[in-house]
Design a protein around this ligand. Sequence first.
Ligand code: KIV
Length: 267
Amino acid sequence: MKRTISVSDIRDRKGKDRIVMVTAYDATMTRIVDASDVDVILVGDSAGNVMAGMDNTLGMTMDYMVYHTQCVTRVKPRALVVADMPFLSYQTSVPDAVRNAGRLLQEGGAAAVKLEGGLRVIEQVKAIVRADIPVMGHLGLTPQSVHAFGGFKVQAKGAEAAKLLMENALALQDAGVFSLVLECVPAAVAREVTGALDVPTIGIGAGPSCDGQVLVIQDLLGMDKSFRPKFVKQFAGLFDVIKDALNAYASEVKQGTYPGEEHCFKD
Ligand code: KIV
């Protein structure tokens, strides 16, 4: 029987094995991910972009996140499942944060939650951890703050901003996070933070020194030709693979060669 990866397995990887994390939002993709060497599945609120066609993640709600988390956990993956807390599910108050984090475990079946921000949500992080819900932090370019940032921009540039990032990272560690996502920060800053923390960092656009890496699965599989930020490496070109398969199907339907004899039921 396969053994599921736990939060403590991930925490214990620090300084030993790198952590591999990708997003997934549905059962079919989760089955493929779980047949690979991926350690952590993030049910990201990036579902708003890649599944729902939104411009940003702000339109994601708790009900959407519970739905996508259920789609992933029904597969019973070996990988650790972490579910994102969406915009306004934790910023509003400590009780909201605990209740909504609890929903992602109780209804969604996740093993942990991720939320964005450091010192400004530190009471929420402490309260969620006190409720025995493991928390992954997220600093740097936190997409729910897109309007406050004035766009999707690299964060923690310059000595003052880098110091602030470090303070926030240490505060999250003290509050009990088991790992920390660093998104779009200079590689040197991510290296400093990674070196200062006892918990693993997981980078996206944060260079090679992090203890692990995360990418949105559609990005790494090359499914969207219109979205190609600097930090994304496409490990496949599925847009063209899928398009070519669809054109082969269309051509056979038009020529009448599909369905063939072998696809027909006999009386
Ligand atoms: O929602 C998401 O996919 C994320 C990752 C990109 C870190 O938060």
